[in-house]
Design a protein. Structure first.
Lengths: 385, 258
């Protein structure tokens, strides 16, 4: 099956052809590369550390490194992509960017990059998500972005993407759509993969320097799949196992997805028997997407990567464990990767070398976790350990 | 030649223009929506576009989005809609065109979908999120079951690409009067007419204009160049606000002397 493609209305077809041409030109352009690298270094804080989590390693019985994307500016890997795409937009002569956001991380990262580069910025965000993430809305507004509530459909991320695509079709002459994950019509999945691959490229260099060998396992959470693909892709031809962890309520590849076409690309989607897209229910907003990037669909089909679902409770355990053992509060998204590792530690050997992508920090999630613990059957933190 | 293209070419040959209304199957309910198809036919519609609702109608503005969402809440499915159309087959005299999104077709399989269309007496299909480049299987399937394929041409489609699109179109060319979604406002009517004229130089296929036609004068002006017009959002808005009678009244007004 050929995943990906360009399933878009005619108004967007030619702009995508032009985007692809511009992309081919700029990605080889030295000036562009230098400018982007300088931004990633001085503005976003790259390279991010590859950190040996000693306490966690001891607890699990094998070595675990964390790729610290949580230490990037804005607190997540999203900035790698938004800096790249906003710079590309500027080089293409666009004066305005738009983006969708679920929890607000990609929205904030787009708002930062567009403020920095002097681009007008509009962010589409589902009304439901706005209610859940009021502070992030204000954060984007501080950064000069306009936040537009989306009231159609399920009023969440997938509808925000629909609305962003509608805006793009209307204003395509002067506007670039900064899509937030490795999804969307070609060439978006490739563009985002390239900008996020810096995660894996750095990791490879760092682990060879630190350990003198490649890792045995790479583990990352998967919603649309950008942090996972960014980590995996540079290791595609190496003898390294890829493991993607999905939230049980939005487990496109590991549980409930079927082949389909949405948001301009062919992949797996959570849908009913007629092809109507269904609402998802992940505890981490960044994983709450009914589809997955086409490269992940291909990895799944080729058996190159394995994908597993994780229950909410196990993600919370990952969240709490990393906070307590390492003094690092992870984003709930990344906590899925940690939680899965805790649950499956017996399937690893002592000399395994595991790298987890810590895609974001968890400040945004502390209130949600507090409420979850209060409402939950656990009563107190202590009951867990 | 399929029934849809034939009907439009016959109109063109006698110097007449086509008016093609759009309704959403299942809105306000399946029976009423098909009654409306019948009423529109009685009032002189040249062909009728029947929308099969989708959860994520990317090309549509707020009015049609709302109609899709409400129809889905009523529980209609592609199959229940096509079966209901088939049951009333003896009522249909004008060509019926289905408009829907590709995932519903893909899920059922292109061949199966095309066969069901034919069995229901449908003669054409518009799938706005399926450009010719991705339509290989669909072109084969629709050809096999004699369904006329309608592709879109946008204000920003370059001329060379238009040539490619017309070469694969078997129904008519659906020219988008604007960049954006259904129900938006047409900004430059003159430019639309010039583009239509240019397309008509490239192809003998009928060229119909849709998206954003609200007023009689817009329709009249566009029909100076176009072979037909498609009206959707404004009719559905009237249906939402004033029920079937208001919608049919607006249709008569837009139709004028067509």
């Amino acid at each position: 099956m050929r995943y990906g493609g360009r399933y878009v209305p005619e108004t967007l077809f030619w702009p995508l052809v032009e985007l692809e041409e511009a992309w081919r030109r700029f990605k080889e352009n030295e000036e562009f590369k230098n400018e982007l690298n300088a931004l990633l270094r001085d503005y976003a804080g790259r390279p991010t550390p590859l950190y040996l989590a000693q306490n966690l390693s001891q607890f699990l019985g094998f070595k675990v490194y964390l790729k610290r994307e949580d230490l990037c500016h804005t607190g997540a890997h999203k900035i790698n992509n938004t800096l790249g795409q906003c710079l590309l937009a500027k080089k293409m002569g666009k004066r305005r960017v738009i983006a969708e956001t679920g929890a607000g991380q990609h929205g904030v990262a787009t708002a930062c990059a567009s403020a920095l580069l002097g681009l007008e910025c509009t962010i589409y965000m589902g009304e439901e998500d706005i209610k859940r993430q009021e502070l992030n809305v204000f954060r984007m507004e501080l950064l000069r972005a306009k936040v537009v509530p989306v009231t159609s459909g399920s009023k969440t991320l997938k509808d925000a993407i629909n609305e962003a695509l509608r805006d793009w079709a209307t204003n395509v002459d002067d506007t670039h759509y900064v899509i937030g994950s490795v999804v969307g019509p070609h060439p978006f999945p490739e563009i985002v993969r390239e900008f996020q691959s810096i995660i894996g490229k750095e990791t490879k260099e760092q682990i060879l320097k630190l350990e003198g060998r490649l890792p045995t396992h790479l583990i990352a959470c998967v919603g649309g799949g950008s942090n996972a693909l960014g980590l995996f892709y540079p290791f595609e031809n190496d003898q390294v196992k890829f493991i993607g962890i999905e939230a049980e309520g939005a487990a496109t590849l590991s549980l409930s997805g079927e082949k389909g076409v949405l948001h301009g690309f062919l992949s797996y989607f959570i849908q009913d028997e007629w092809g109507q897209i269904l609402e998802t229910n992940a505890i981490a907003a960044g994983l709450d997407y009914p589809g997955v990037g086409p490269d992940h669909a291909r990895y799944k089909e080729e058996g190159r990567a394995e994908y597993y679902p994780l229950k909410k409770e196990d993600a919370i355990k990952g969240f709490l464990t990393l906070s307590r053992l390492e003094g690092i509060i992870p984003a709930l998204e990344s906590a899925h990767a940690i939680g899965w590792l805790l649950k499956n530690k017996r399937s690893f050997k002592k000399d395994d070398l595991v790298i987890v992508c810590l895609s974001g920090r968890g400040d945004k999630d502390v209130e949600l976790v507090r409420n979850f613990l209060r409402k939950g059957k656990w009563g107190s933190l202590e009951g867990l350990f | 030649m399929g029934k849809l293209r034939g009907a439009l070419l016959r109109l063109k040959a006698c110097g007449q223009k086509a008016i093609i209304p759009y309704i959403v199957a299942g809105f306000p309910d399946l029976e009423t929506s098909l009654d409306l198809v019948f009423e529109l036919q009685k009032r002189g519609a040249s062909a009728i576009e029947i929308g099969i609702p989708f959860s994520d109608p990317m090309v549509d503005g707020p009015v049609i989005q709302a109609a899709h969402a409400k129809a889905l809440k009523k529980g209609v499915t592609p199959l229940s809609i096509l079966e209901a159309i088939k049951e009333r087959e003896s009522q249909w005299e004008v060509p019926l065109i289905v408009m829907t999104y590709f995932n519903l077709v893909f899920r059922m399989g292109e061949r199966h979908f095309a066969r069901l269309l034919k069995e229901a007496g449908i003669s054409g299909a518009i799938i706005p999120d399926l450009p010719p480049e991705e339509a290989g299987e669909w072109l084969k399937a629709s050809n096999e079951h004699e369904i006329d394929v309608v592709f879109l041409v946008a204000p920003n489609t370059p001329e060379k690409r238009i040539q490619k699109i017309v070469s694969l179109t078997t129904g008519f060319i659906y020219y988008l009067s604007l960049k954006g979604v259904t129900g938006s406002k047409i900004k430059d009517l003159q430019n639309v007419k010039e583009r239509v004229k240019m397309i008509k130089h490239i192809t003998p296929l009928p060229v119909c204009v849709g998206f954003g036609i609200r007023e009689r004068w817009e329709a009249e002006s566009l029909l100076e160049e176009a072979d037909g017009i498609i009206v959707g959002s404004s009719l559905l808005k009237a249906l939402m606000e004033g029920g079937p009678s208001q919608m049919l009244e607006l249709f008569m007004e837009l139709k004028g002397n067509v």
